[in-house]
Write a protein that binds this ligand. Structure first.
Ligand code: SAT
Ligand code: MN
Length: 611
């Protein structure tokens, strides 16, 4: 029997007994040296970052260039989400469905309890009370993360609303999600011998586990963002999608923007793209076309619920951005480059000799010399990447110059349109509008995208990624499709319009045809024109397509022929696509799969006609 670890409670608020009991239980299980309650204060940030610099986990950047900012170099074996180690532990395996890894909860619990047993020996156990969404808001939710990683504490403090406000609001009976994380590297071994720590401890064995029935998260062995910042993908998508299914709302992998037209009309768009496909860029878009304004509300996750007026309202449950650094620069995302002026944690990017950070795409010309993300000498002649392709910046949303005032509103914003997009070199046109909610759900369900460095594994392989939720839906994907259909029925004629977009069409030489980035404002202009009923669309089997002359192409260097090719229906390609979709739909349990989607496929096949 181990004694309860001594507690240095920095929290001003006494936790409610349920939370206190859980924390005691976990302390008994993991046997840390001490337990620290996180308050999210500046003093705490200063103390933690100082300790991490001393430990070698963080490098303080030159304050002249990047005040109060740090570089972390992860272990090269811990740089991305580990989808093959991510489990949905529902009682019934069918509730996890064909797209998730499943383990029986009782067996998984046993295995995890063994792994977590004494896993924090010699370390500090941090308790992070947090709120996803503004504290106390109707669309918000609470969680408590336990972790032995100070990097996770500092990152959570940027990414979520942590500390006493959240703790105080979690009165007895208030639902909260317990989220347990350990690096799995105790500093004291079984013989009682204390070992040195490493800059980025992690365990070869990794488990990212979700218990949907009890709404719990257990994450072991990784310090990387998507595996370890449990408010993000684990809670705000996997667990929240289950809550949303049960409670009639939606937890989606979507950015949210506020668009103001030259006529000063305001629209809110939510858009789903897979990881590392430009959500942050679209969320911070600086339009090239005059008179348009785009403001940021969120860049990764949207929680949406019908409001009192029956319209869909959305909040960004996060408080910061965990953005992909490589490819982010003044020409692609000037807003992001301004956002990260300071108070930022960078992970797995290069260190310049002057103590600032660098990555491919930050500047046109690379520094003559730098230290790469693994800590090696690097020059442009090295022939290697200076930054890891999944190198990240972590920063609070309020530093973003394009942040909308409404981003912090507990009531959220009314969503006028939903966009679905992926990396598709062919087939999927630049933009199309669903004729109905059902066709829109079909567009979401049939999304596919080339894989990126955001997850471990092969990059550039086309895979189905429905709603950009393949790695994030916490339950059976067929049920998730059915939930989308049901939400459409609930919203009725108040439902947002749905569009499919694709910025990634390539020519015969593999070059992108559409310039993308800021020029995507032109597509937004067309979408708003459709919402307003100002612009026409050609009705086709794959939705309403723009007329070339109604797309604002002024000042674009792309030829009209090339544009025509990416806004048209490519019939042979779609005939192949429809066949592939039929095969894909066949992978789902027929009894769970919504009939509406089969009808959409039948209709598409029929409307495309014979070869
Ligand atoms: O690593 S995260 O899951 O947080 C980011 C992403 O892959 O979308
Ligand atoms: Mn994401």
């Amino acid at each position: 029997m181990t004694l309860l670890a001594p507690r240095t409670a920095s929290a001003r608020t006494r936790p409610n007994p349920e939370i206190a009991d859980w924390v005691d239980d976990i302390a008994r299980l993991t046997t840390p040296d001490e337990v620290v309650w996180v308050d999210g204060s500046t003093a705490e940030w200063d103390r933690l970052t100082k300790e991490m610099v001393a430990q070698g986990t963080l490098i303080r950047l030159n304050p002249e260039w990047r005040p109060n900012s740090f570089l972390a170099r992860s272990d090269p074996a811990d740089v991305a989400r580990v989808e093959d180690r991510t489990f949905i532990c529902s009682v019934d395996p069918d509730d996890a469905g064909p797209t998730n890894n499943w383990r029986a909860p009782s067996i998984m619990r046993l295995e995890l309890s063994e792994l977590f047993s004494r896993s924090m020996r010699g370390r500090t156990m941090y308790v992070i009370p947090f709120s996803m969404g503004p504290v106390g808001g109707d669309l918000s939710q609470f969680g408590v993360q336990i972790t032995d990683s100070p990097y996770v504490v500092a990152s959570m403090a940027l990414m979520t609303r942590v500390g006493d406000d959240a703790l105080q609001a979690m009165t007895p009976g208030t639902p909260w999600v317990p989220a347990l994380h350990s690096l799995g590297v105790p500093l004291i071994d079984d013989d009682g011998v204390r070992h040195d720590d490493s800059p980025w401890p992690h365990n070869e064995t990794k488990y990212i586990c979700h218990f949907p029935e009890t709404r719990e998260i257990w994450s072991f062995g990784s310090g990387y963002g998507g595996n370890a910042l449990l408010g993000k993908k684990c809670f705000a998508l996997r667990i929240a999608s289950v809550m949303a299914r049960d409670e009639g709302w939606m937890a989606e992998h979507m950015l949210i923007v506020r668009v103001t037209s030259p006529e000063k009309k305001v629209f809110h768009l939510a858009a789903a793209f897979p990881s590392a496909c430009g959500k942050t860029n679209l969320a911070m878009l600086a339009p090239t076309i005059p008179g348009w304004k785009v403001e940021t509300i969120g860049d990764d996750i949207a929680w949406m619920r019908p409001g009192p007026d029956g319209r869909l309202r959305a909040i960004n449950p996060e408080r910061g951005f965990f953005g992909v650094a490589p490819g982010t620069g003044p020409s692609t995302n000037p807003t992001a480059t301004q956002t990260i002026w300071g108070n930022t944690i960078f992970t797995n990017v290069a260190l310049r000799d002057d103590g600032d950070v660098w990555w491919e795409g930050l500047t046109d010309s690379p520094p003559a010399h730098a230290t790469d993300w693994e800590g090696n000498d690097w020059t442009p002649a090295s022939g290697t990447r200076a930054a890891h392709p999944n190198g990240r910046f972590t920063v609070t949303a309020d530093q973003c110059p394009s942040i909308a005032d409404e981003w912090n509103s507990p009531d959220g914003v009314v969503i006028d349109a939903i966009l679905f997009g992926g990396r598709r070199p062919s087939t999927v046109p630049l933009v199309s509008q669903a004729r109905s909610w059902q066709q829109g759900v079909f567009m979401g369900a049939t999304m596919a995208s080339e894989t990126t460095a955001a997850a471990t594994g092969e990059v550039g392989r086309l895979r189905h990624d429905p709603f950009a939720m393949l790695p994030f839906a916490g339950y059976n994907m067929a049920d998730y499709f059915a939930h989308w259909i049901a939400m459409g029925e609930l919203l009725g004629d108040k439902a947002p319009q749905i569009f499919s977009v694709n910025w990634f069409r390539t020519d015969a030489d593999g070059r992108f045809i559409w310039p993308g980035f800021s020029e995507n404002a032109r597509v937004i202009e067309w979408i708003v024109g459709r919402l307003e009923g100002d612009l026409a669309a050609r009705a086709t089997p794959i939705g309403g397509l723009p007329l070339a002359h109604e797309l604002n192409l002024e000042g674009l260097s792309v030829g009209v022929d090339e544009i025509q090719a990416i806004i048209d229906l490519d019939k042979p390609a779609w005939q192949r696509e429809a066949a592939a979709i039929a095969e894909y739909f066949g992978t789902f349990d027929e009894t769970r799969f919504p009939a509406e989607l089969r009808r959409e496929l039948d209709r598409l096949t029929r409307d495309l006609g014979p070869d």
